[in-house]
Design a protein around this ligand. Sequence first.
Ligand SMILES: Nc1ncnc2c1ncn2[C@@H]1O[C@H](COP(=O)(O)OP(=O)(O)OP(=O)(O)O)[C@@H](O)[C@H]1O
Length: 337
Amino acid sequence: MDKMIKVENLTKEFKSYSSRSGLKGAFRDLLTRNYKIHQAVDSISLDVKPGEMIGYIGENGAGKSTTIKMLTGILTPTSGNVLINGMNPHKEREKFVKTIGVVFGQRSQLWWDIAVQESFRLLKKVYNVSDEDYNSHMSMVIEALDIAPLLDKPVRKLSLGQRMRCELAAALIHNPPLLFLDEPTIGLDVLVKLKIREFLKELNEKYNTTIMLTTHDLTDIEALCERVVMLDEGKIIYDGALNQLKTSWGEGKQIKFHFKSPKTQKELKESTGSQLIVWEPSDNENSWTANVTNDEDVISQVIGDVVSNHQILDLKILETSTEEIIRNIYEEGVIHG
Ligand SMILES: Nc1ncnc2c1ncn2[C@@H]1O[C@H](COP(=O)(O)OP(=O)(O)OP(=O)(O)O)[C@@H](O)[C@H]1O
């Protein structure tokens, strides 16, 4: 199988009703088709090879979870095709669920009141995993995630970091070749994050597990994913190497100006003219940062424009971090090639 995930023109529309009040109102809206169509995912196409680890990113509401839900068979697409390891999630259900592991960082798949190992035992039965397969695979998972001391505790007594490590182990009970992770490190401290990252790296490198990771933590993406797919208002606006994204958009510079007097964003924008510059306040209204590309000509032009229009006390030129680059893309909603 040369594609672990194959998606063609996938679309999900949700109806948003005009919310007349009460049950009667809602019923009338339904009958009179008084709703607007919202395209949460808008005709996306995507190929993921076995063993790839991709970061699926985008602003809140961009459509990431909706995509993951369609790829995992939780939601039915409005239109388009999904093949996971060659299977349609809705048609070959039983074989399909054994191919994927899923972790939703904001939802638990473990039973709240029973011991973690009881949850594991139930999932082992659901997936029909033999003792031999379970023992050989899960001993590595339990050790790598350091959860042996947690197995006899009920989930409700675990901290978030402890629970997330158990959730990840639970998603792997049937040793799936494909793992979907939707914000798996949300709210976790840095040590737990690092442990989970190390584990995912090992899983990917040693076992060739394909991983699709959705997160707002770009340090996770930088540490784990060479490829990123970026979604904006339901559409893919970038699919490629993270490094390429950084250089083509603006693994650029930040010019931090310290002015003699307070400035507004509007007057700075007017004095520099270029639409490609994102101006943002730094420490106070006398300090502003211009985010620009690596292009020497653009940098000298911006400095020239600023110095001839304003009195400055000093300036510093800094490298732009990935976080800033991606935030700028989110803010502008475009990719400059
Ligand atoms: N069940 C639903 N009914 C109606 N609209 C929905 C439903 N689920 C999601 N949406 C809408 O679809 C859009 C995409 O939501 P989605 O949860 O996929 O975004 P996201 O990128 O995962 O966001 P976040 O980063 O906040 O989790 C949003 O505008 C959301 O309001």
